[in-house]
Design a protein. Structure first.
Length: 379
């Protein structure tokens, strides 16, 4: 009854007959402020009674106290959902421009996206606090993703650089023995290797070029955050030459900022239209070694530019030997909204478009670098 009462929100229609007290009453007030139907509250939900009408209003101190309350009573994952609902339902974005508000929120990828969309309106007094919030999220993402990405890509680059006819000092004996076990001669107690496998040496390894082309329209906010982190990780690998390009109707090359993903993020401008064709034209101009280049387009494919030209550019890159990967989203979100007609057209060109989680991205990049089939998740 206690749990149902907190869900339904009280009033004559909830039917529980339970009245919360103590900490439960405080939790109920926090929920009422966001989901109630009374004056100043959010739009509410049909099941909540009119008693839950405390509201958040437009008071920054009131909202700051509410943020502190929900962090006290609910786990971090729930706090992040409630913060997003408060921003969306109650229009609290403007309050995020105040330093004391930013210090009270639970930082996550979605909050970073909101801050980036407010970047141009942000006063100087708030900017440093906002950067600190963004830096914390970026640091957490790097700790989670960087090691796995470097391990996966280093392995892929090593395999791509393996030598088929190695000199004696370059033979990888472990792999050679494993590859020739069927040629074991028991009477002689030895293996006759028909195929020698060599280590990838520096002079044999060919540096790969990676171009990340990221749609910075408002719907791609989380993808921009993850792409910036991955871009910084890729740029830190000496065996890769990484470029980061972001676009809406204009194209901006942020490669020189890749040593600090926070600078990259504050160099983006979330919102606006989309011109994928123009962005791909710029990326195409960067390609000097097609056979050693991977282009990753992160976009929902809602093209505002010239559709046929966009597809021609992809076809030309594929024909030249470029590995082209189209990611409809790069985040932990569910099924993305995207232009299905454009996705099907890319698939027909041999460039399937699919949603990708951050945990899958290293494997996708490794497959692209090795020119093997991509690990496309099932729909």
């Amino acid at each position: 009854m206690r749990r149902w009462r907190l869900v339904l929100g009280g009033g004559g229609a909830d039917g529980t007959g339970h009245e919360p007290a103590g900490e439960d009453a405080a939790m109920d007030r926090a929920l009422a402020a966001l989901y109630g139907d009374g004056p100043g509250a959010g739009a509410g939900v049909a099941s909540r009674g009119t008693e839950r009408g405390a509201g958040l209003g437009g008071s920054a101190p009131h909202v700051a106290r509410w943020l502190g309350d929900i962090r006290r009573y609910f786990p971090s994952s729930v706090v992040q959902v409630m913060q997003r609902d408060a921003i969306d339902r109650l229009g609290l974005s403007a309050l995020l421009l105040e330093p004391e508000m930013l210090e009270a929120v639970e930082a996550d990828v979605h909050l970073v996206g909101t801050l980036l969309s407010l970047n141009k309106a942000m006063p100087e007094t708030t900017r440093e606090t906002a950067r600190a919030v963004v830096r914390k999220v970026v640091r957490d993402l790097e700790e989670r993703l960087a090691g796995r990405t470097r391990t996966a890509l280093t392995g892929a680059l090593d395999r791509a650089a393996k030598v088929g006819r190695p000199r004696h000092r370059d033979i990888d004996w472990d792999r050679t023995i494993r590859a020739n076990l069927r040629h074991y001669l028991p009477e002689h107690g030895t293996i006759v290797p028909e195929r020698l496998i060599g280590h990838g040496r520096a002079e044999h390894a060919v540096k790969k070029d990676v171009v990340l082309c990221v749609d910075q329209s408002g719907s791609m906010a989380a993808s921009v955050v993850y792409a910036s982190v991955f871009g910084a990780v890729l740029a830190s690998m000496r065996s890769l030459n990484t470029r980061l390009v972001v676009f809406d109707t204009a194209v901006v090359d942020l490669t020189e900022h890749l040593d600090d993903p926070v600078d990259v993020l504050f160099g983006t401008q979330l919102g606006g239209g989309t011109d994928i064709n123009r962005a791909l034209a710029y990326c195409q101009s960067l390609i000097t070694r097609p056979a050693e280049t991977v282009v990753v387009l992160v976009s929902d494919l809602y093209e505002g530019g010239i559709r046929d030209e966009m597809l021609k550019r992809v076809a030309a890159m594929k024909a030249a030997g470029v590995q082209f990967v189209a990611l409809l989203v790069l985040s932990d979100e569910g099924a993305p909204a995207y232009d299905r007609e454009h996705a099907a057209a890319l698939a027909a060109l041999g460039a399937p478009a699919f949603a990708c989680t951050p945990d899958l991205f290293p494997e996708v990049m490794a497959a692209a670098l090795e020119k093997r089939p991509l690990p496309i998740p099932e729909a």
